[in-house]
Design a protein around this ligand. Structure first.
Ligand SMILES: [Zn+2]
Length: 146
């Protein structure tokens, strides 16, 4: 790809590499760029931390902005923090920011490998709805006029 090539909005990586959840700490994680392996790197709003991958960025964002467990909705102390991969991480895609939630270690262990909607229907509905809204927004960016 050459620098002169014009990128359509639908092709910009930030459209595919942003959190689907809009509350803190998720919305503090902002896409910066793709690294040499095409892995998204993020800035964390309110932080001077260097660009980093999604899981690290979410931990940094939690450290600054705090947050509550996506499952039980109670506050998390830093020592109890875990990053839940909603879908199992069998590939790099599983580490995408959309797939990460903050949860208590105990809540994360209870969920184990269950589908989110089976483990916690309310949390599953909330996450799937946010993901669907993001997918619908991306679908709208596809230029079908040609
Ligand atoms: Zn919890």
């Amino acid at each position: 790809m050459t620098a002169a090539k014009k990128t359509k909005p639908s092709e910009r990586p930030e459209n595919a590499a942003r959190p689907c959840l809009t509350e803190m700490p998720y919305r503090a994680v902002v896409f910066a760029e793709l690294n040499q392996h095409n892995v998204p790197l993020y800035f964390v709003g309110g932080s001077s931390a260097p660009k980093c991958k999604a899981e690290k960025a979410l931990k940094v964002a939690f450290g600054i902005h705090g947050g509550s467990c996506f499952y039980c909705k109670k506050a998390i102390l830093e020592a109890d923090l875990s990053i839940d991969h909603v879908e199992p991480t069998s590939n790099e895609g599983g580490k995408a920011i959309q797939n990460l939630l903050i949860a208590h270690r105990k809540c994360n262990q209870k969920k184990a490998a269950l589908p989110i909607e089976a483990f916690h229907p309310d949390a599953g509905k909330e996450w799937l709805t946010a993901l669907l809204a993001q997918v619908e927004d991306r679908l709208k960016r596809i230029d079908t006029s040609k």
